[in-house]
Ligand binder design. Structure first.
Ligand SMILES: C[S@@+](CC[C@H](N)C(=O)[O-])C[C@H]1O[C@@H](n2cnc3c(N)ncnc32)[C@H](O)[C@@H]1O
Length: 490
């Protein structure tokens, strides 16, 4: 742990060297940056050979290479960082013992302190059980999903290196960050203090450190891996099966303030003879929240075991076969035939009939989806009106909607009509002439009922029957964002 004066000296040195996301990316160049994203340092080593402060920091932390002691001393308070456990000296070389990485969002820059990347350059070294994960694809996904609006109290459960807490600091007054791993809490404390942030860091399992406190926003990338036994704290909760995902949903929802939002990444089991939607649906329905669950991918058990054995550097190691077998046996014993990966979004609506949507959406999406998720919850709220009120309401087509006509070239009529959104989840739905016409006619100037009646005249069909057909579709089109409530002033 670094004392405050030493932390201040480190911050000054990082600032003075302009050790920032953009500057480091420019120094490395595109090829080396892309290689680093794949955990390969050689292009970076070729690109960065100088001994100025920015080069030294980039070599030390981004490239995880030893640097000459004299050059390190010119750039950094080396002795203080050795004392704080961030660097070691070996002869005339200085090595990093933890990663200090520049990071940024649209508003500004941060530094993130975490363990060094274990599998640089294809090395398969077993990852220690208390490893503290640095920036990674899952943390970035969650950061982009998070609804970013002003909030009073936020919880970052399983903070690790503190990356979610950094993002939360942009729009939340009070941030509580928890973890069961004391090393993670030390890293999160360094990350947040280095960036001049005041985060309430607490030790303990799941929601135990926050007892019955309530939050306006809970953003968590929990240790969701479904495995027999908790061997790696960064990904295994120690709870059985997918129980950690269930606990985050059920116990997290109970800690939401009115209107509060919980967003979590998760894994869930596909158990033979059971519909996964039913399984996850039982968890989210019990919360009484509006819920939108999106399954992004399903892996078969063997693929899943390989993924996580690779992730922990166990591929090809002595225990690889026995571990693989033990894990697969566990899946077989528990009749697990697949593991779903996805996103869970809850909002404490306190409505008599919450809206619950559980869907498979493995297709490309347009991140960041935070505003889309916020919009989904708002539209679910808007739709809590009866059919009469819906017919009196005004709707307008979203800006990103197009109609595609698909058929054989030269054919008189298209075989399919598809309504497609070009933003957010980039949804596409098969449609018919009536609903496509309805969407096209919604420009916010006439009530829904009048639009449908006019359409019935044009199509020469019964207006009552068309209302019965289009009202449920209008609800779905609003929830999916093809149509938006219009602010009618007339
Ligand atoms: C996948 S990492 C996420 C780290 C970081 N929040 C991010 O977004 O990258 C999961 C974190 O949960 C922590 N963790 C594991 N078991 C836990 C538990 N029972 N209670 C709270 N945190 C736990 C791990 O130490 C780890 O830091």
């Amino acid at each position: 742990m670094l004392a405050e004066p030493d932390l201040a000296r480190l911050r000054e040195a990082l600032d003075a060297a302009d050790y920032r996301f953009e500057a480091v990316a420019a120094l490395l160049g595109e090829r080396a940056t892309a290689a680093l994203d794949r955990n390969h340092t050689v292009p970076g080593q070729l690109a960065v050979r100088g001994s100025g402060p920015l080069e030294i920091m980039t070599r030390l932390w981004r490239l995880q290479q030893p640097v000459p002691l004299s050059a390190a001393r010119a750039a950094l308070p080396v002795e203080a960082l050795v004392g704080g456990g961030l660097l070691t000296i070996d002869g005339d070389d200085v090595h990093a013992t933890v990663d200090v990485r520049p990071y940024a969002d649209d508003t500004g820059d941060w530094w993130v302190v975490a363990d060094l990347t274990p599998d640089m350059n294809g090395r398969h070294t077993p990852v220690p059980h208390d490893h503290v994960l640095g920036l990674n694809a899952a943390s970035s996904t969650l950061a982009q999903l998070t609804v970013r609006e002003p909030a009073s109290r936020a919880l970052d459960l399983g903070t690790g290196c503190g990356v979610q807490a950094l993002h939360l600091s942009r729009h939340c007054d009070t941030i509580v960050a928890t973890d069961i791993n004391a090393r993670a809490l030390a890293m999160a404390a360094l990350t947040t203090r280095l960036n001049g942030l005041n985060v309430d860091i607490r030790h303990g399992s799941l929601f135990q450190p926050v007892a019955t406190e309530r939050f306006n926003l809970i953003a968590t990338n929990p240790p969701f891996v479904v495995s027999p036994g908790g061997r790696h704290v960064y990904r295994d909760s120690g709870l059985s099966g997918d129980d950690v995902t269930r606990r985050v949903v059920v116990d997290g929802a109970a800690r939401l303030a009115d209107g509060g939002v919980l967003q979590s990444l998760g894994n869930w089991m596909h158990v033979r003879g059971e519909d996964w939607r039913q399984r996850v649906g039982t968890w989210v329905t019990a919360t009484g929240c509006d819920a939108w669950v999106v399954q992004r991918e399903v892996q078969d058990p063997a693929e899943y075991v390989e993924l996580w054995l690779r992730d922990s550097g166990e591929i090809g190691g002595d225990s690889y076969t026995s571990r693989y077998q033990e894990w697969l046996d566990w899946f077989d014993e528990n009749r697990v035939e697949g593991i779903g990966f996805g996103w869970i979004n809850l909002r404490a609506a306190r409505a008599a009939h919450p809206t619950v949507r559980i869907e498979d959406w493995p297709h490309a999406v347009q991140q960041p989806l935070g505003p889309a998720i916020r919009g989904w919850f708002d539209r679910a709220e808007t739709l809590r009106l009866d059919d009469t009120k819906l017919l009196e309401s005004y709707l307008t087509m979203a800006d990103d909607v197009v109609l595609e006509q698909i058929g054989r070239p030269g054919a008189a009529d298209p075989e399919h009509l598809v309504l497609r959104r070009h933003g957010e989840l980039m949804r596409a739905i098969r449609t018919g002439t009536a609903d496509a016409g309805f969407v096209g006619a919604c420009d916010g100037t006439l009530p829904v009922g009048v639009v449908i009646d006019a359409l019935a005249q044009v199509l020469d069909v019964d207006a009552g029957l068309l209302r019965d057909e289009l009202v449920p579709q209008a609800r779905q089109l609003v929830l999916d964002g093809f149509l938006e409530p219009a602010r009618h002033t007339g």
